[in-house]
Write a protein that binds this ligand. Structure first.
Ligand code: ATP
Ligand code: FE
Length: 356
């Protein structure tokens, strides 16, 4: 089965072709991603209207590139998968319209995909993870624990109640005059800092469950920065590194402890090949990875993090999620609509996480 996937829910226009023959591991034959950073950078954030127009312009082109890269023709595509939400409605609509056109024109099946399911199924694409596996999605916009039971069955164990960690890294960098994206620059500074120079809060660790909070950390950092600046009349290099180290250590501690709790819930299911997969841009953080690996080793759980290009927004994950959905007998028609909001566990109400 060869499937073309389209992704346009935020600021990346992507097209990819994934093939799976029988029970063999899936193969990515092409994965094209066009970012829109230069279009939005002057505005300090993604402008939905500009994003939607750019997606509409770039989608056809991206599909052509994916075909060229894979050496395939449209006639060799068996089905079209497309992100149908959640995301910026204009962009999602551009993708859904393009997919409907291709599906009708080629007379092949159309499969709508939840963008978050795309992220959550990536370990099956990269590591042939077997269900059920535990997933920590941690990015600029998301932070949640999910148990994946099947292509459309997820239970959410908890997540952030305010900011996502990536957002906190980005704000920290901004407050300390470091370049964006904040994650890599804060991580680089933290290497030279003393994580114990400042004691930042570890929110919600005293509460049961897997929920997290990162907005208070940002406020604490701002206060600590101001105190340093008042004392030194500026921000000395070492003090900045100490602030980064203290901040990162707090994020690492929170993620590690909540992961430990999520593992306990997950292991109660007695999975045959227990696995924790971490995905999202923040998964690139080496300190976070190292700690999560330790937590997993303590519980005899395999740890995996898909390659970064498949952790951030891409269409290979959408093609793959569409492929699994299609194989399970699901498919959409011309009534497929774009959904700006679409919580993952709404496809599995009976499995709603207990949050404990
Ligand atoms: P989403 O796709 O979930 O809506 P997004 O597109 O903002 O959100 P990603 O592209 O997955 O998220 O990740 C970007 C985020 O990852 C940024 O906030 C960035 O600072 C963070 N990040 C990247 N590298 C690191 C790192 N080494 N340490 C911590 N954070 C990092
Ligand atoms: Fe995403």
């Amino acid at each position: 089965l060869t499937i073309l996937g389209l992704e346009s829910s935020c600021d990346d226009t992507a097209a990819a072709i994934v093939r799976q023959s029988g029970d063999k591991p899936p193969e990515i034959l092409a994965s094209i991603v066009h970012g829109q950073n230069e279009l939005h950078s002057a505005f300090g954030g993604v402008v939905p209207e500009i994003a939607a127009r750019a997606h509409a312009e770039k989608l056809d082109y991206s599909v052509e590139e994916a075909l060229t890269t894979s050496g395939l023709t449209l006639a060799e595509i068996d089905a079209i998968a497309v992100t149908a939400g959640p995301g910026l409605i204009g962009g999602v609509l551009s993708g859904v319209m393009c997919a409907k056109g291709l599906s009708a024109g080629l007379n092949i099946p159309l499969v709508g995909v939840n963008h978050l399911a795309g992220h959550a199924l990536t370990p099956r694409l990269t590591d042939q993870a077997t269900y059920p596996y535990l997933m920590l999605l941690v990015s600029g916009g998301h932070c949640q624990f999910l148990i994946a039971h099947g292509p459309e069955r997820f239970s959410r164990l908890g997540g952030t109640i305010d900011d996502a960690p990536g957002e906190a890294f980005d704000k920290t960098a901004r407050l300390l005059g470091l370049p964006q994206p904040g994650g890599p620059s804060v991580q680089a500074e933290a290497k030279y800092g003393d994580p114990k120079a400042h004691r930042f809060p570890r929110p919600l660790l005293d509460r049961p469950g897997c929920n997290m909070s990162f907005s208070g950390l940002k406020t604490a950092l701002l206060r600590a920065r101001d105190a340093v600046m008042a004392e030194h009349g500026g921000l000395p290099k070492q003090a900045r590194a100490d602030l980064c180290a203290g901040f990162q250590a707090a994020v690492v501690d929170v993620l590690a402890e909540k992961t430990r709790r999520a593992l306990e819930v997950y292991l109660a299911d007695t999975p045959s090949k227990p696995l924790l997969a971490v995905a999202g841009g923040v998964a690139a953080n080496t300190a976070i990875r190292a700690r999560l690996e330790t937590v997993c080793a303590d519980h005899s759980v395999t740890f995996t993090a898909p390659p970064l290009a498949l952790c951030t927004d891409n269409a290979a994950m959408i093609a793959y999620a569409g492929l699994e959905r299609f194989r399970s007998g699901a498919q959409d028609d011309m009534t497929l609509s774009a959904r700006p909001r679409w919580p993952l566990d709404k496809t599995a109400p009976a499995l709603l996480g207990s949050g404990k």
